[in-house]
Design a protein around this ligand. Structure first.
Ligand code: MG
Length: 339
C-alpha cells in the first residue's frame, strides 16, 4: 500500500511547568503526520519523543521525516529503525488509523473530543490522575476526585525524603478510602531511600492503618540499578513498576528476560512499534500499566486503543493529564486545517 505523506512540527506550552526528578518541562514539542492512501482515506499519526526518557530527539525525528519522499509505503513504515521508537509509533498508528477511529466510535464520540474538557466521569475511573509533586498534591487531589478520578499518582524523589514522608503521611490520611495511590520516583531514590519508602508502605498495610491502596512504587532507582530493583521487588509486599527501565520495546524485552515479573509501565508514544508490542504482550502476558507521554489527542487515541487491547489486572491508565494543557480541541483543529 502507498500513502501520500505530510508532516508538521508543533509546540505546546504546559499550563504550568511539569516537575519531575528529571527537572522542569515547559514546552511539549512533537510532529503531527498525515497519511493518505490510494483510496483517499486519511490516517493521522503523532511523533511525541521524550529523549531524556530514552527515545530519539525531536531533531532526529524531524530529520527522519524530512528525508522521506512525499509518497511512502508499508515497507518503509514497518522498517523504521529501532533507534527511532517514537517514529515507529507515529507512522504505524497513522497507518492503523482506520481501526483506531473504529474503537473510538465504540467508546463514544465524546472520548475523542475529551481532551478539551475534564475527563468525563465514566472514563475517569479507569484513568490515573497526576498530582503535582510536594505539598501541592494536598490541595489538588480533591478537584481530580470531583472529576471522577479514583487512582492518583504522586511524584516522589523531588524533595528531601523526610519532607516527602511527612506530606505522604498527610496525603494517605486525607485521600478517600476507596482511592488508590501510585508513587513515582522517576529513578530518583537512593537504595536506602527506596528501602525506606517500601518499608513505610508495607508497614502501613500490615498495621491496617490506612484503607486506601498503595498500588505500586514506580521506578525507585536509576535504570542502571536493575538488579537492586529486582531484589527489592522480592523483598517487599508493595509492588514495584518499572518505567524508565522499559522505555523502549528492546529494554522491556531485556528486563523480562532478566527475570522481571513485576509491573511494566508502557508509554506507547515512545515504546516503538505497536504491532511488535502487541506480539510481545500477548506472548508473555505481562502485567502492564499504560501511560501518557503528554501527547495530543491523536497519539492518545492510538495509545488508548493499545491499552484497551493489552491491559490486564484492571489497572488505571496514566492518561489523566488533561488539566496540564488548555483548549486542545481548538488547537488541534487549527493544526489539522493547516496540514
Ligand atoms: Mg513514571
Amino acid at each position: 500500500m502507498g500513502y501520500q505523506f505530510k508532516f508538521r512540527p508543533y509546540q505546546r506550552r504546559f499550563l504550568r511547568s511539569l516537575t519531575t526528578n528529571h527537572g522542569k518541562w515547559d514546552i511539549r514539542e512533537g510532529i503531527i503526520l498525515r497519511l493518505t492512501d490510494e483510496s483517499g482515506k486519511v490516517g493521522w499519526g503523532e511523533i511525541a519523543p521524550i529523549s531524556w526518557f530514552g527515545s530519539e530527539t525531536l531533531e532526529q525525528a524531524l530529520d527522519f521525516c524530512r528525508q522521506l519522499p512525499g509518497e511512502i509505503t508499508d515497507e518503509i513504515i514497518f522498517s523504521i529503525p529501532d533507534e527511532l521508537p517514537a517514529c515507529q509509533f507515529g507512522f504505524e498508528s497513522a497507518q492503523e488509523w482506520g481501526e483506531t477511529r473504529l474503537i473510538a466510535s465504540v467508546l463514544g464520540s465524546e472520548f475523542f473530543s475529551m481532551p478539551n474538557a475534564p475527563c468525563p466521569m465514566p472514563y475517569a475511573q479507569s484513568f490515573s490522575g497526576l498530582l503535582p509533586a510536594g505539598e501541592a498534591a494536598l490541595n489538588q487531589w480533591e478537584t481530580l476526585w470531583q472529576q471522577g478520578y479514583r487512582t492518583f499518582k504522586w511524584k516522589i524523589g523531588v524533595y528531601a525524603i523526610a519532607h516527602e514522608l511527612k506530606i505522604f503521611e498527610s496525603l494517605i490520611h486525607t485521600l478517600p478510602a476507596s482511592s488508590k495511590l501510585r508513587l513515582d520516583a522517576n529513578g530518583g531514590l537512593s537504595y536506602e531511600e527506596a528501602n525506606l519508602w517500601l518499608w513505610t508502605c508495607d508497614n502501613l498495610k500490615e498495621n491496617g492503618e490506612i484503607a486506601l491502596e498503595i498500588e505500586f512504587i514506580e521506578q525507585p532507582l536509576p535504570v542502571e540499578q536493575f538488579q537492586q530493583m529486582l531484589e527489592l521487588s522480592m523483598s517487599y509486599e508493595t509492588a514495584i513498576a518499572l518505567d524508565e527501565s522499559v522505555a523502549t520495546l528492546a529494554q522491556l524485552a531485556a528486563c523480562y528476560q532478566k527475570g522481571w515479573r513485576g509491573i511494566f509501565v508502557i508509554k506507547p508514544g515512545i515504546v516503538g512499534s505497536p504491532s511488535r508490542l502487541r506480539e510481545f504482550c500477548q506472548q508473555h502476558q505481562i502485567d502492564t500499566v499504560f501511560s501518557s507521554v503528554f501527547e495530543t489527542a491523536i497519539a492518545r487515541l492510538a495509545a488508548l486503543q493499545l491499552a484497551a487491547e493489552l491491559s490486564r489486572n484492571n489497572r488505571a491508565v496514566g492518561f489523566g493529564i488533561d488539566h496540564f494543557f488548555e483548549q486542545e480541541e481548538t488547537w488541534l483543529q487549527s493544526l489539522w486545517n493547516d496540514l
